[in-house]
Design a protein around this ligand. Structure first.
Ligand SMILES: [Zn+2]
Length: 247
């Protein structure tokens, strides 16, 4: 598998790796964009607000029907009072009943007072429920705007990342052709099994990937720039680019 493959192919393979690592990073960035979580959070708050509104609206309906009930109670009491009063005025009522009827009228009037004060409270409750509903609606509108803003930002970020991916993938495809099938296959296998950095550079002493010194006895396959081998320490593919600038 490894051997003298030439410096150009080795360099191209290193370039493939560099670009793949960038692609890994972009994928990582894409999967860790905060927008989705933020959007879910906003949507949850909106749903909460909506459920408060629903409860308040149910309350409003209840208050409304209680108010109507109160109105008809007052109406009935007024009719009773009017009838009793009419009886009293007309002298139709037995004198023994006058006291009872008068007491009834007083009791009815007292009850009307109570009901009317309850009505006032119900009106206030209704008003306050209406205000709270308006507050929640305004809040939901704000959240909706925030959600759209976040969604736009997310789409923008995704588009930027996608454009970078396309560009880098194209460059990577070119370099893979230069590196050649044999090296690329080996590289792909290593990427599949261990991921990340799978090619190191042998500088004459160490493997750049694991930083460990290669025993001299195992360095005999690295003679010319473009020679390749396997790191005895980390088992990554090693390429030799020649002695570093010391002529
Ligand atoms: Zn190594």
């Amino acid at each position: 598998m490894a051997g003298a493959v030439g410096i150009d192919r080795c360099n191209a393979l290193l370039e493939v790796q560099r670009l793949d690592l960038i692609l890994d990073e972009l994928a990582q960035q894409e999967s860790t964009l905060p927008h989705k979580a933020r959007i879910a959070q906003i949507a949850q708050k909106m749903a909460e607000g909506q459920s408060f509104i629903t409860k308040l609206e149910e309350g409003l309906d209840r208050f409304e029907s209680q108010i109507q009930q109160g109105n008809s109670t007052v109406e009935q009491l007024k009719q009773k009072i009017a009838k009793d009063q009419q009886g009293l005025d007309a002298g139709d009522i037995d004198y023994r009943q006058v006291e009872v009827v008068t007491a009834d009228i007083a009791a009815h009037n007292a009850r009307i007072g109570e009901v009317e004060s309850e009505q006032m409270q119900l009106m206030e409750a209704k008003q306050s429920a209406r205000e709270r509903i308006a507050d929640y609606r305004a809040k939901i509108e704000e959240l909706q705007a925030a959600k759209e803003q976040t969604l736009n930002a997310y789409r923008q970020q995704m588009a930027v990342l996608a454009a970078k991916q396309v560009q880098i993938s194209a460059a990577r495809d070119e370099k893979r052709v230069v590196a050649g099938d044999e090296l690329v296959e080996l590289y792909d296998q290593l990427r599949k099994s261990r991921g990340g950095t799978v090619v190191g550079v042998f500088d004459g002493t160490r493997c750049s990937a694991c930083s460990l010194t290669i025993p001299t006895a195992l360095t005999e396959c690295f003679i010319n720039p473009g020679d390749t081998g396997i790191c005895s320490e980390c088992k990554r593919l090693l390429v030799y680019q020649g002695e570093a600038d010391d002529e």
